[in-house]
Design a protein around this ligand. Structure first.
Ligand code: ZN
Length: 410
């Protein structure tokens, strides 16, 4: 009885051992695995989502490691081939099958390649991230554009927050935010320094040639003369010759300063009240904006700041206006050299000699001429030749130029 039991136990142990050995042997020959990873080693399996940024040139590299009991335990890199294509220039989902093979064994997985937009739109601030704004000048954002790699122009979606108090010196921050349709957001800021007008010393022997009352029939001729000598000037424009409005665009295009003179140039209208003056001023600026794309902040009063004719229409109007324009951040320029072309002379030679003798009396000259007078335009070449050969620099007026102001007489 005891011996029999012993035999059974021995037989059982043998059977189990043999079975175990066989199993191990079988596993040894049959068991193998492929593990798939992305290039950075992240494990992926069948049906995994793989995000690819829109616009990327290549699909991510998929690797596979083969392992079994006979090969080393660290595994061997398998060969991976793919079936299917993804359009990386188009948002969407693309199934791609990756097949790993090693030593006659293989395994396939299908990955869901998701081409997604991860790039926020770019915001471009016209005028830059930091701008100066002249105290009192009504604040107007210089503008911006926003372009998204997928959505295209999204300028209309830009939200601007923050305010600028143009009547108080200081630094103000404006924030521009835009989102694309995928929800990627971009934010940029602009610092606006509201400052008192800063004059920059233009240097010695500087001449600001200025031309009032145009554009008109002789403006193009003048522009060609100025181009010949590469001289930039300032045009104080009117609507006196509506058929020549396009010359305003041409003046700006050729690098000259376009500034406001008057829409009507009618003293009896513009000098009746502050409101009447600014109605006319704004009307002219509308024309300037239409022609050049932006308004001007520089003004010449018809008749100059010193005119007395305005007394006929409103006592004290020039005192009120010179104060008011300054409050509004508008810069006005009178002159310290007169060509005499407004009445005293009709001779080209006399205009040239008036200007040349005037220039010699000043270190910085602002010259008054009218480009609606043929004889005055004809004097410009001689003036420039004389100036350039005598060491003078001709400049256009800008917001930082020194501006001559006459004494106010009304
Ligand atoms: Zn005028």
């Amino acid at each position: 009885m005891r011996r029999r039991r012993k035999r059974i136990i021995i037989t059982s142990i043998s059977c189990i051992s043999i079975l175990l050995l066989l199993t191990i042997l079988l596993l040894h020959f049959l068991y193998f695995s492929f593990s798939f990873t992305t290039e950075d080693g992240t494990r992926i399996s069948n049906n995994s989502d793989i995000e690819v940024t829109y616009g990327q040139k290549e699909l991510p590299i998929i690797k596979a490691v083969y392992k079994d009991f006979r090969d080393n335990k660290n595994g061997t890199e398998a060969n991976v081939t793919k079936e299917g294509e993804a359009n990386l220039q188009k948002i969407g989902e693309y199934p791609i099958t990756y097949k790993a093979s090693y030593n006659g064994k293989e395994k396939s997985i299908t990955l869901n390649i998701k081409v997604v937009d991860k790039t926020p739109p770019e915001i471009n601030l016209k005028g830059g991230n930091e701008i100066n704004w002249i105290l009192g000048k009504e604040f107007k954002d210089p503008g911006y554009t926003a372009i998204d790699d997928v959505d295209g122009d999204v300028t209309g979606n830009v939200a601007v927050s923050g305010t600028v108090d143009a009547n108080k010196e200081g630094d103000y921050t404006l924030t521009y935010t835009v989102k694309d349709s995928a929800g990627n957001e971009n934010t940029v800021t602009r610092i606006v320094h509201v400052i008192v007008k800063k004059e920059v010393d233009p240097g010695n022997k500087v001449v600001y040639l200025t031309f009032d009352d145009g554009p008109g029939p002789y403006t193009e001729k003048l522009l060609n003369i100025l181009d010949k000598y590469n001289v930039k000037v300032t045009f104080f424009v009117t609507n006196g010759f509506p058929n020549y409005q396009n010359m305003i665009a041409e003046e700006a295009r050729r690098g000259h300063t376009v500034a406001v003179h008057s829409y009507t140039h009618k003293y009896e209208q513009i000098y009746t009240s502050v409101d009447a003056f600014f109605d006319d001023f704004n009307k002219m600026n509308d024309v300037i904006k239409k022609q050049t794309g932006h308004t001007s902040n520089i003004l010449r009063f018809p008749g100059g700041g010193s005119n007395t004719i305005s007394k006929k229409y409103c006592q004290g109007i020039m005192t009120a206006l010179t104060n008011e324009v300054t409050k509004r951040g508008i810069l006005y320029a009178d002159w310290n050299v007169s060509s005499g072309d407004a009445g005293e002379t009709t001779s080209t030679q006399q205009v040239a000699s008036n200007v040349i003798s005037g220039i010699q009396k000043n270190n910085v000259s602002t010259v008054l001429q009218h480009d609606i007078k043929d004889f005055s335009v004809n004097a410009v070449e001689q003036i420039i030749q004389w100036g350039q050969s005598n060491g003078y620099t001709f400049l256009p007026l800008t917001e930082t130029s020194p501006m001559h102001h006459h004494a106010v007489n009304n």
